[in-house]
Design a protein around this ligand. Structure first.
Ligand code: ZN
Length: 405
């Protein structure tokens, strides 16, 4: 293990991982964050500049003396693909090393059509995203990241189980993509992929430790510690949606009662709104769907609330209160610098966030010393697919190195 090539490889990995945490960055700061000597940093950076993996950028801010030259990823060194499987659509993106989207493809789907169709759609979207880029970009594609809901086995490359997709068990996603594209393929849970995207390119860019919640039909989350995803022993960390809020609450599809997801997810909002509308409640929600109760969903409720409908406001306030309680617990547990909220329900409007913030202020014990900012996702609908692509770079650096270094 002490031989020179191993050390060189390890130094390169350490420096590239540091660049992932901060990009652009000075040589001195790389040395400080990576615990390598300035001489080693200088030697390895020179090598990576020569290989065009990194590039120099104009002087940074002076801390006394000459302003340092900053080092950053050469955005055109490699390209990354990310595919996200949602319940109603598949999204695919090709990004450069700065997180810019160069190509995007989207397909509306219906997961009830079964496993084979879903896989076909995922491969089709990947091909579409690839075919609308140049041949040069395709030749520099380093790998493909895939994100989807549910339990993932990152080591075996399996989607073990997804509660939102019928008959979906142990699907060998990595193998299926590798057979088709002959590239390295990695897999991650969609909420954790979203957190990674926010850490690299979004709302969490300037933070080391934060908590990112995805509130869509279901509720997931990703924990970022020291700029990296915290996965836990078997890659299931972050199941915020299945923390118990109300012990005798409604049954959740996970088998437990009163989970955060069943009290505050998109499905919960829809179910409550349908209940009120069908029991003759006087609400704008019914007018917005022209009396067709089947068309009620969380977006409709949010729209009615924005127009000042009392019942919609009350429903979303209740959801905000439950989320506030759950987030207060997270703040007490993790002491994060920031909370990022993404997913469809996060578009519900300012009043919704106000309710969450009020509850946190009342309930979190530690807010007297730490009242973290609560912000919406900076990457919106594309967060999970960008995160899946970002995953490729992290995995390639830490497991294989770049360019067989
Ligand atoms: Zn549950």
């Amino acid at each position: 293990m002490g031989d020179k090539s191993y050390l060189n490889r390890k130094n390169i990995i350490d420096i590239l991982l540091t660049l992932q945490r901060k990009n652009p960055i000075s040589r001195a700061e790389i040395a400080r964050l990576s615990n390598l000597t300035p001489a080693t940093v200088s030697r390895v950076v020179t090598e990576l500049l020569k290989r065009k993996i990194l590039r120099e950028r104009g002087p940074g801010v002076s801390i006394g003396g000459r302003r340092p030259v900053l080092i950053e990823f050469n955005p055109e060194a490699f390209y990354l693909a990310g595919i996200d499987l949602g319940i109603t659509k598949v999204t695919g993106v090709i990004i450069d090393l700065h997180g810019n989207i160069l190509s995007k493809a989207k397909l509306d789907i219906d997961v009830s059509e079964g496993k084979d169709r879903i896989i076909e759609w995922m491969l089709t979207v990947t091909k579409k995203a690839l075919s609308s880029t140049s041949r040069l970009i395709r030749s520099k594609l380093t790998g493909i990241g895939v994100s989807l809901s549910g339990i993932i086995d990152t080591n075996k490359g399996l989607s073990v189980f997804s509660p939102s997709i019928p008959n979906w068990h142990n699907v060998p996603i990595v193998q299926l993509f590798q057979n088709e594209f002959h590239l390295p393929v990695f897999i991650e849970n969609d909420a954790r992929a979203m957190a990674l995207a926010e850490a690299r390119y979004g709302a969490g860019r300037n933070y080391d430790n934060f908590f990112c919640i995805n509130i869509g039909h279901g509720i997931g989350s990703g924990i970022i510690i020291n700029k990296e995803l915290y996965r836990g022993k078997t890659s299931t960390a972050g199941e915020f949606g299945h923390m118990t809020l109300v012990p005798s609450g409604p049954l959740c599809h996970c088998g437990n009662r009163g989970c955060v997801e069943v009290m505050a997810g998109g499905h919960a909002i829809t179910a409550s709104a349908i209940r009120v509308a069908s029991s003759g409640g006087n609400t704008l929600i019914k007018e917005l769907v022209e009396g067709d109760i089947k068309k009620i969903n969380a977006e409709v409720v949010a729209l009615a609330a924005k127009k000042g409908d009392d019942i919609a406001l009350r429903l979303l306030n209740e959801v905000g209160r439950y989320l506030g309680i759950a987030i207060a617990n997270i703040i007490n547990l993790l002491n994060p610098e920031l909370i990022v909220i993404g997913g469809g329900v996060s578009n519900a409007g300012e009043f919704f966030f106000e309710e969450i913030k009020n509850v946190i202020k009342k309930r979190a014990f530690t807010t007297m010393v730490n009242n973290p900012e609560i912000v919406t996702s900076a990457l919106g609908d594309d967060a999970s697919s960008i995160g899946a692509a970002a995953l490729v770079l992290s995995e390639i650096i830490s497991t294989k190195g770049l360019l067989n270094v």
